[in-house]
Each structure stands twice: as structure tokens, then as C-alpha cells.
Design a protein around this ligand. Structure first.
Ligand code: DGY
Length: 304
């Protein structure tokens, strides 16, 4: 039996399989452990089931000399120093596929909500401001038949494209359509690429300036793909039509973030994979990854 540290409480029966095979300790506080707290609790751990809020960096690895397996509770892995893990021979696994549809659904929900001003309209009703049917208020833009630009045509990007078919949208996707052309032609731009050095601030001031003044930017990937200062400026200047974000940089958005108060902006708190089914299946995959690696077998879903 190995000691496995789990950095948050998670749902799903698969945790029973992990507990049956290993000594499992769970961080039970609602807030994630701070880096120094995480370093302290992993001292004897051989397995780590961690969240995207945990940085698995050189310092963490140095504090966990017995660590052999890291199962990230996410498909993204920009929170993990893969080079340092590989240098230590630590297996790293992720949770692909099982959250694809949940994340694609959320991207589409954000797109629709932004196009039809749903948060503002619902807030007006909640505030008692529905006095009559208004012929010229709450006018949004058509989603049906519009052009959707998908940046990153992997599993989630393709799942978004399938949803767009039902709306008879024209779909453009990178890399087949070059980014600049995609930005200039799209009514909605949705981001589905991983965060890497090459995609950090991919959507910067110049990229935003190429978008139509009516276009909406949707991001359910990683916050740092967008230059948030540039986005705040573009929204305030009405250089684009709006933005709907599930992810920001940093997370959570600090109270002083320039995005606060920007017009035509929706922000939700990184809930792309937040369905019962997706999260329970993420638990299964993370547990499978840990059980395999701690047993000396290859992880079924290794990173990369
Ligand atoms: C992921 O898996 O990378 C998602 O962002 C989690 O919701």
C-alpha cells in the first residue's frame, strides 16, 4: 500500500477502488492547499491526485521524494512541470475525453448567453425591471447561420463544431484556416487550444483588433491564452461585441482585475467540466492512472 494524497474532495465511486488499494489522505478544506501547505502534506506520498489549482513544480517535487505518480484531475496540464517530473521518472496522467462534451456544452452556452444578453436580461427581471414587452430592447445577434471560428481543433473544438452544425453555422477552424483570417471572418471565436508557450497571449491586442466589432470571444480553455488587459481595453472601446469567459488569468479573478466592470462581458468560475457525469468519470480516469502507475504499469491516460 502506498500513500496517495488527494488535494480536494471529489465525487465518484472510483475513490472506493483507490481506498481499497492504498492509504488515501484527502485535503478536505474548501480552499485548495497553498503551495507551502501542499509541500508539507506530500512528504511521504507516492501518489498524488491533484487539481489544476495545484502547481506541481520543482519545489513540490523536491518536497515529495517518494512520489512516483501524479494524476491531474483535468485534461489540461499546464500546472505541472512535465520536464521536472520526467527527470524524476514520475508518471503524469490526465483525464481526456470524459469532459469533452461537458466543456463543449458550456462553450455553446456561453456563446448563446453572450449573443442574446441572457445574464443582463435575467438580472433585469430579477430586479423588477420587466415592465412591458420592448420592441427595441435586448436586441442580440443571430447564432443560427453565423460564422464560428474555432481556435484549436482537438477533441473539444471538434465537439463544439458538431454543436454548431445544428445551428447551421459556417465553421472555420485553425490550423486549416489561418488564425488571422479566422478572426476577421468569424462572428463568434471560441478557444480550444492548450496553454503552451506558443499560445500564451495568442489573443492579444492585435488579434482582437482583427475581430469584427460585433464579434464575441468565448474562452473555455485557459485564461492566459488571452491578454486580459488587451481584452478589457477592447471591450471598453467596443472594438469587439463581447466576451464570455470560463477561464481567466489568474483564477479566481482578483477584485482589481481590469476586466471587472467591462461591458458585454460574462465570466463564470471555470465550470467547463462541472457536470456530475464528467466529474465522476474524471475521478475514474484519475484513479485508473494512479492504480496503474503505483502498480508499475503504464498509465492508461498519460499526459501528451
Ligand atoms: C481541464 O480538464 O483542463 C478543465 O479545464 C477542467 O475543467
Amino acid at each position: 500500500m502506498a500513500l496517495v494524497y488527494v488535494t480536494r474532495e471529489i465525487i465518484g465511486d472510483a475513490m472506493g477502488r483507490l481506498r481499497a488499494a492504498h492509504d488515501v489522505v484527502v485535503w478536505v478544506k474548501p480552499e485548495p492547499p497553498r503551495p507551502e501547505e501542499l509541500r508539507a502534506v506530500v512528504a511521504d506520498a507516492e501518489g498524488l491526485l491533484c487539481m489544476l489549482t495545484d502547481r506541481v513544480d520543482q519545489d513540490l517535487l523536491a518536497a515529495a521524494p517518494r512520489l512516483r505518480a501524479v494524476a491531474n484531475y483535468a485534461v489540461g496540464h499546464d500546472n505541472i512541470d512535465l520536464q521536472a517530473s520526467a527527470a524524476r521518472g514520475i508518471a503524469v496522467g490526465v483525464t481526456p475525453d470524459v469532459l469533452t462534451d461537458a466543456t463543449a456544452d458550456l462553450a455553446f452556452a456561453l456563446l448563446l448567453a453572450a449573443a442574446r444578453h441572457l445574464p443582463e436580461a435575467a438580472a433585469a427581471v430579477a430586479a423588477g425591471q420587466w415592465s412591458t414587452w420592448e420592441p427595441t430592447r435586448w436586441l442580440g445577434s443571430d447564432v443560427h447561420g453565423a460564422t464560428l471560428g474555432i481556435v484549436g481543433f482537438g477533441r473539444i473544438g471538434r465537439a463544439v463544431a458538431r454543436r454548431a452544425e445544428g445551428f447551421e453555422m459556417t465553421v472555420l477552424a485553425t490550423p486549416e484556416t489561418p488564425l488571422e483570417e479566422l478572426l476577421a471572418r468569424s462572428d463568434f471565436v471560441t478557444l480550444h487550444c492548450p496553454l503552451t508557450p506558443a499560445t500564451r497571449h495568442l489573443i492579444d491586442a492585435r488579434a482582437l483588433s482583427l475581430m469584427k466589432p460585433t464579434a464575441v470571444l468565448v474562452n473555455t480553455a485557459r485564461g492566459a491564452i488571452v491578454d486580459q488587459l488587451a481584452l478589457a481595453a477592447a471591450l471598453r472601446a467596443a472594438a469587439i461585441g463581447g466576451a464570455a469567459l470560463d477561464v481567466t488569468d489568474p483564477e479566481p479573478m482578483p477584485p482589481v482585475d481590469p476586466l471587472h466592470g467591462a461591458p458585454n462581458l460574462i465570466v463564470v468560475p471555470h465550470i467547463g467540466s462541472a457536470t456530475y457525469n464528467a466529474r465522476a468519470r474524471m475521478t475514474e480516469l484519475a484513479v485508473d492512472n494512479l492504480l496503474a502507475a503505483l502498480d508499475g504499469r503504464p498509465m492508461p491516460n498519460p499526459v501528451g
